[in-house]
Design a protein around this ligand. Structure first.
Ligand SMILES: Nc1nc2c(ncn2[C@@H]2O[C@H](COP(=O)(O)OP(=O)(O)OP(=O)(O)O)[C@@H](O)[C@H]2O)c(=O)[nH]1
Ligand SMILES: [Mg+2]
Ligand SMILES: [Zn+2]
Length: 373
């Protein structure tokens, strides 16, 4: 993003239609980037004068793209910057005079997943307020995947919203909407992401200063939604395969886009695999109905299979609970345990390796000392 483009985008916010906030003060450029008192409180007055807060909008192999009051800039990913593991959405401080990195600010929320290979945690985004889980009304629609995204969103304390896209290509929306009853009060919108009028219904969920992450499989229309909501061609979009409606992984990198009225949309590549890690609370919240039933089972260690007095199985038999939902709950629990265990083993292995390394170094130092004698 060039500096002039950044300013043009902000300038276009002045006098543009607001998302129902008329009468409120115009947000400052920093507030339009998501700056809140939570971050401001982490700086002394002296630091506020000396350092500029900048938000990470893209992470590349050797540099970060940042946005701040003065526009857009980039920062080399030196060892000291990289050791903080900055991710898209992070706020960091840079000295106003030298441009040197000072520190990364504490995050209000963070999203992470188990990286492919199951040995490492990968940060997806930081300082997110709200999540748009995008699913198209076709073969991509998958309740178990929505539950997986929900666990992630709920763990980080973000507000989840479900966006059902490609409504223009679907003859019967109600068939899909009926399947959403386990999600209770979650806000749901049915949209044609190519149509500006249709996506206007999402403006009320894109509050000024709030950061929204778009999650969903490849081809569901995350980048299309970003383009239509912003009214600009900010992201490349791609075809989907006719046979199975799957996308072609058009978006390759996560990127944060400030919209003219002050909300920020974080576009992300459709992930093949969203391995869950550290989302125990999010899972409990996502499956609160089963958790409540399970507490009433006759045996406290009930596996909810064929045990007598199993209230979960009774609910399935009565048609008020879905067998699929039970299976997904159990699958995600197993996945969380396995990933947690793998990480703990890897950490223990790393610790043992560094202990071994230190003891070899000490022995060699002692040997050299005695040789001098
Ligand atoms: N008819 C219709 N087409 C849509 C809609 N939303 C997206 N598309 C089309 O679906 C295709 C994929 O859209 P993208 O926005 O690239 O999908 P994406 O989710 O960003 O995909 P990745 O970047 O690969 O993760 C494009 O051809 C879009 O024009 C919609 O609501 N209706
Ligand atoms: Mg995309
Ligand atoms: Zn049971």
């Amino acid at each position: 993003m060039s500096k002039s483009h950044f300013f043009r985008r902000f300038a276009s916010g002045h006098g543009s239609k607001s998302a129902g906030n008329s009468g409120e003060h115009e947000a400052s450029p920093l507030q339009k980037l998501g700056w809140k008192s939570f971050f401001q409180q982490q700086l002394s007055l002296d630091e506020l004068e000396k350092y500029a807060p900048l938000r990470v909008t893209e992470v590349h192999r050797s540099r970060l793209v940042l946005a701040g009051e003065e526009g857009s800039t980039s920062l080399s990913l030196t060892a000291s910057v990289a050791s903080n593991m900055p991710t898209v959405g992070d706020w960091l401080l840079v000295a106003r005079d030298s441009g040197h990195f000072v520190r990364l600010l504490n995050r209000s929320s963070q999203f992470e997943r188990m990286a492919a290979g199951g040995q490492q945690v990968q940060l997806i985004a930081a300082n997110v307020d709200s999540v748009f889980i995008v699913s198209s009304l076709n073969d991509d629609f998958n309740l178990s995947r929505i539950e997986r995204y929900l666990a992630l969103a709920r763990e980080s304390g973000c507000r989840p919203h479900l966006i059902l896209s490609k409504a223009d290509l679907c003859e019967d929306h109600s068939h899909y909407l009926q399947m959403l009853h386990p999600f209770g009060e979650m806000p749901v919108a049915v949209v044609n992401s190519l149509d500006g009028e249709s996506v206007m219904q999402l403006r009320d969920w894109c509050l000024p200063g709030e950061t929204i992450v778009l999650l969903g499989s490849s081809g569901v229309g995350k980048s299309t939604l970003l383009n239509t909501l912003s009214g600009e061609s900010l992201a490349e979009t791609g075809d989907t395969r006719e046979a199975d409606s799957k996308g072609r992984h058009t978006t390759r990198k996560r990127s944060l886009h400030p919209l003219s009225w002050g909300a920020l949309l974080l576009d992300s590549p459709g992930m093949r695999e969203l391995g869950l890690v550290h989302v125990e609370d999010g899972l409990v919240q996502t499956f609160a109905d089963i958790e409540a039933l399970a507490r009433e089972c006759r045996f406290s260690d009930c596996q909810h299979q064929s045990e007598p007095g199993c209230t979960v199985q009774n609910a399935i038999a009565e048609g008020v609970m879905d067998q699929r939902r039970l299976q997904n709950w159990q699958k995600l629990q197993t996945e969380l345990c396995r990933n947690g265990r793998n990480l703990a083993q890897k950490r223990a292995g790393d610790r043992a390796l560094s202990q071994l390394y230190r003891s070899v170094q000490n022995q060699s130092r002692r040997r050299k000392y005695h040789e001098k004698d």
